[in-house]
Design a protein around this ligand. Sequence first.
Ligand code: DP6
Length: 345
Amino acid sequence: SVYVASTTAPVNIATLKYWGKRDKNLNLPTNSSISVTLAQQDLRTLTSVATSESFPEDKLWLNGKEESLQSERTQHCLQDLRDLRKQLEAADPSLPRFSQWKLRIVSENNFPTAAGLASSAAGFAALVVAIAKLYQLPQSYSDISKIARKGSGSACRSLFGGYVAWEMGSNPDGSDSKAVEIAPMEHWPQMKAAVLVACADKKDTPSTSGMQQTVATSDLFQERINVVVPKRFEEMKQAILNKDFALFAELTMKDSNSFHATCLDSFPPIFYMNDTSRKIVKLCHFINAFYGETIVAYTYDAGPNAVLYYLQENEEKLFAFIYKVFQNNQGWDSKFSAKELAKFS
Ligand code: DP6
């Protein structure tokens, strides 16, 4: 017979960035990070897995196309899951020997690759959770997140919805480097995100090698991981728990800027943001100043596309502005008087 299980995992966007590894093999980070997953069903990976004694080999189909499972990262995840299943089977000989059987995995994203969103986080999270379900593993989501982390660091945060922290941990074996929930999405359901696609091309420097380059060459980076981020991590958690949007937004924007500053401080420098990205940064600051209150935050990952955070109640206010500025591809400064601009630029 064939046994099956499926699950979905959401895309997560870091508001406090993971950038730098202390262990490349285990994806152990040099700092803790925080992410927000929004609209669980809008941007997600759906993964189904099947196992049977009769399957001759492990197989994977990604968005309808057969893909290799041979990457070291994927093998690492599969091995960990099979080891946990083996422990169950040793304790209960009546269980079918799933740990010995091969897997068929079918995985689909419901968002276009052109959205420029990293899909590996949701992908590894869904893969690991689907197999954990199939194997009926008793471990908690935080424990399972340590396996997803080995697939891709940021994947551990996609095990939860809502507001999530990845605690960096200190053990060399990674046993305390895991995701924990700060608050579920329902805690602050007014929070919304929008992706502004500045360029849908493939990214410049892959994050894995970019991180290594920053760790090895940036002087700013030491200040970031030792001083700036530890404080910001606590402040951002509190801002989320207190539903303090102005503070959450300020910390989010500052952390994006800090991360991109360490990229620029790497040698040779790494550039992820482009002219359009920078224009959006300026525009967000302009909008907040214009309304005299913080209604929007931007953040950028290892690419030029902006993710904006805002509260539902400000959606019209925000998009009226963005639409006006970007329609006909005109510069936004021309829309305002010299006096207004002098105040904000
Ligand atoms: C800028 O998780 O993709 O998006 O662990 O090497 O797979 P690996 O890196 P990855 O890096 C994500 C970097 C980031 C920030 C973040 O998501 O926290």
